[in-house]
Ligand binder design. Structure first.
Ligand SMILES: C[S@@+](CC[C@H](N)C(=O)[O-])C[C@H]1O[C@@H](n2cnc3c(N)ncnc32)[C@H](O)[C@@H]1O
Length: 224
């Protein structure tokens, strides 16, 4: 995408009522107004709050919001020019239970209060395979701890990825840490038992992997 197009999207994001773009300082200074108040002040409705981390264009945020009007969905990504797509679609189609937050996933435990979140979807994260990149892997121990602080005690986690490495790494970690795996499959489109929302929504990255005939994996789990 050209830089002119990006700038246009950045400007439009600023006018979108369903987009929040706080500075890092606004989140980390301890006074972030939306922390603990996402339903009351942003969605203006009291429903279970579901996050999509690394949402890209926001296919899951928008797709799930359409399928589950009784929940609120917030897509999070650092790249505003990407989620512009999902935000614009949600506005045009008047999907008022979908929104977007531009921030670093590392800050989730400062952007949300304890027990504020009911579910977290992680969709096609970069697997960060190299050893030195382990700290950026979105299901590593530190990230799981962050998710745990904001999730309700019975909160659900969903990981959808094409990466066999990410799938195996996460399963191993969950097993080792004694977390509860509720469902796992290494090739969801070959499994007729796969949950509808897992096979019924395809993200931008996912479509490219499917064209390359790659298997798509999924894990649903709880963090104890
Ligand atoms: C491989 S893409 C997947 C996007 C989308 N979920 C999809 O499946 O099409 C990973 C996304 O995560 C975002 N991302 C990666 N690390 C991040 C971080 N630490 N904080 C916020 N966003 C991040 C990137 O900007 C990118 O949009």
């Amino acid at each position: 995408m050209g830089s002119k197009n990006k700038l246009k999207r950045f400007r439009e994001n600023e006018t979108f009522s369903n987009v929040v773009q706080p500075t890092r300082e606004e989140i980390t200074n301890g006074n972030f107004k939306l922390k603990g108040n996402w339903n009351r002040d942003f969605f203006k409705s009291d429903k279970p709050l579901v996050l999509e981390l690394g949402c890209g264009k926001g296919e899951y945020t928008v797709g799930l919001a359409q399928r589950f009007p009784d929940k609120n969905f917030l897509g999070i990504d650092i790249k505003g020019a990407r989620f512009w797509r999902g935000a614009k679609t949600a506005l045009e189609e008047q999907i008022d239970n979908a929104g977007f937050l531009r921030t670093q996933i590392e800050l989730v435990d400062q952007a949300f209060a304890a027990n504020e979140v009911s579910e977290i979807w992680i969709t096609f994260p970069d697997p960060q395979i190299k050893y030195k990149r382990t700290k950026h892997r979105m299901t590593n121990f530190e990230f799981l701890e962050r998710y745990k602080t904001i999730l309700k005690p019975d909160g659900l986690m969903h990981l959808k990825t094409d990466s066999e490495f990410m799938h195996g790494y996460t399963l191993g970690l969950l097993h080792g840490l004694g977390h509860e795996v509720l469902y796992a499959h290494h090739d969801i489109y070959s499994n007729h038992m796969a949950p509808k929302e897992v096979v019924g929504i395809q993200t931008f990255y996912e479509k490219q992997y499917l064209e390359q005939d790659k298997a798509i994996t999924y894990i649903k789990f709880k963090i104890n």
